[in-house]
Design a protein around this ligand. Structure first.
Ligand SMILES: NC(=O)c1ccc[n+]([C@@H]2O[C@H](COP(=O)([O-])OP(=O)(O)OC[C@H]3O[C@@H](n4cnc5c(N)ncnc54)[C@H](O)[C@@H]3O)[C@@H](O)[C@H]2O)c1
Length: 428
């Protein structure tokens, strides 16, 4: 544990009295939530094991414009500094382990932290994406240890996060909050809190409904992303522009939601969350062959793009100088977790290409890309003149119209690069 004396700027004394909130986990989800709760008048303490996350949250609050009625936010990496707050939000990661199984270790640890500090009458709310039954199972077990009863001595709810990183217009206040609780008293307390933080709260009949709704949302996205990528290959083979097809279909005012071609869904959620649903469904004897096929298709998408690229080079990528432009998991977000462009880059290197990455959103040497060659700019300067560029993530900061001038071939899995007169752009 760090010595809090070293953190004078970021460890503040939480104000006493009601309206105190602790946000456990200050990452993509916890930090904006902590900021919104503080802006809504709560005295918020952010807690994270990672000092960089603590500093980022404290700095974001310092830099936020002062608002009338705002509360306060402090952040710490030292659990000894945590106040006995009335409200606890669990916003820690729920990844898969090396064998592809749900890993609930961070949620279990965060609940232990909460249990050690939450006062009688406090509310714990699970925000992390978990399997159906996590609230009534894992969370309830920890809170009820030592004789407390949920709904009487302590209160429990789940409000799974639905944020869309990179979409500044849709912060925590704007996205409707699903809310489930095991009992009426817990639901009422959780509702009173969330209605101060979010414009719309959607109570549902049980924690399991809220948990399953979140998993449905991301499973729906996964299946449709995989479907779109499959159809895109067919449309491309037919010489029909996929994006125009989707835009045309999207004029239908009912029964159709557009999905666009890409390099496959990555990140912390879409390829991960269905495994949480599948784990519990399997216990209950249900199987999801369609979801399994979508997961496999999504994982195979970078390899399919590699095959199309190899064909363009006469069957082999050995020795080809290829630049991957944009390597994060989605446009305009500097997050490398589960990033398909990184899988593509690694695939290129494994096939003998002289591949490198370039991404205007990332520092020169992100830890996650250690050992992978980097180009200083999209022209390949500081690395080698590329024979081809493949678009990995179409960030706004990328000049898509200028890519075709930088290499003899531009591979575009998104159908976004404008065609040029020389026919350099290949949709893959
Ligand atoms: N990132 C998204 O777009 C998104 C969207 C919706 C839902 N979610 C879900 O929200 C949850 C959090 O995701 P995230 O993207 O914010 O993760 P993240 O990795 O960005 O942040 C999680 C933070 O929790 C901290 N942490 C881990 N264990 C801890 C512990 N025991 N105590 C205190 N801090 C701890 C980590 O250091 C990290 O800073 C996950 O369940 C995820 O599936 C994420």
């Amino acid at each position: 544990m760090p010595d809090t004396a070293l953190l004078p700027d970021i460890v503040l004394r939480p104000a006493p009295g009601p309206g105190r909130v602790v946000v456990v986990g200050l990452g993509y989800v916890g930090r904006p939530l902590a900021l919104e709760a503080a802006a809504s008048g709560f005295e918020v303490t952010g807690f994270d094991l990672d000092l960089a996350a603590v500093e980022a949250a404290a700095a974001a609050w310092r830099d936020a414009p002062p608002a009338p009625g705002a509360g306060a936010l402090c952040a710490t990496a030292d659990s000894r500094c945590l106040p006995p707050a009335e409200i606890w939000l669990v916003c820690v990661p729920t990844p898969l382990d090396a064998a592809g199984r749900p890993d609930l270790a961070a949620v279990a640890a965060a609940l232990e932290t909460c249990r050690a500090h939450i006062p009688r009458g406090g509310l714990a709310c699970l925000v992390s994406t978990c399997q159906p039954g996590a609230t009534n199972g894992l969370c309830r077990r920890v809170l009820e240890r030592d004789g407390w009863q949920v709904g009487r001595d302590v209160f429990l709810a789940v409000s799974p996060e639905r944020e869309n990183p990179g979409d500044a217009a849709l912060g925590p206040r704007r996205i409707p909050r699903l809310l489930g609780a095991p009992d009426a008293a817990s639901l009422a307390r959780a509702r009173a809190f969330w209605e101060r933080v979010a414009d719309r709260v959607v109570p549902v009949s049980s924690p399991e409904v809220a948990e399953c709704a979140k998993l449905l949302e991301n499973t729906y996205r996964l299946v449709n992303v995989a479907l779109m990528d499959e159809l895109h290959r067919g449309f491309a083979a037919l010489g029909v522009p996929t994006r125009e097809v989707v835009a045309a279909a999207a004029t239908k005012p009912f029964g159709f939601s557009p999905f666009w071609p890409g390099l496959g869904a990555g990140g912390h959620c879409i390829p991960v969350d269905p495994a949480y649903l599948r784990m519990e469904a399997k216990r209950a004897g249900a199987t999801f062959p369609l979801v399994d096929a979508a997961l496999a298709a999504n994982q195979a998408r970078p390899a399919r793009v590699l095959t199309a690229m190899a064909q363009a080079f006469g069957g082999s990528l050995v020795g080809r100088r290829i630049l991957v432009a944009g390597v994060t998991y989605k446009p305009d977000v500097a997050d490398l977790r589960g990033a398909a462009p990184v899988a593509l880059l690694q695939g290129l290197l494994a096939l003998g290409a002289q591949a490198a990455w370039w991404d205007p959103l990332l520092p020169a040497e992100p830890q996650e890309l250690a050992g992978l060659p980097r180009a200083a700019d999209p022209s390949g300067r500081g690395w080698a003149d590329p024979e081809a560029i493949v678009l990995g993530a179409p960030h706004r900061a990328l000049d898509l119209g200028g890519l075709a001038a930088l290499a003899p071939i531009v591979f575009d899995p998104f159908g976004l690069v404008p065609a040029d007169a020389e026919g350099r752009v290949r949709v893959v």
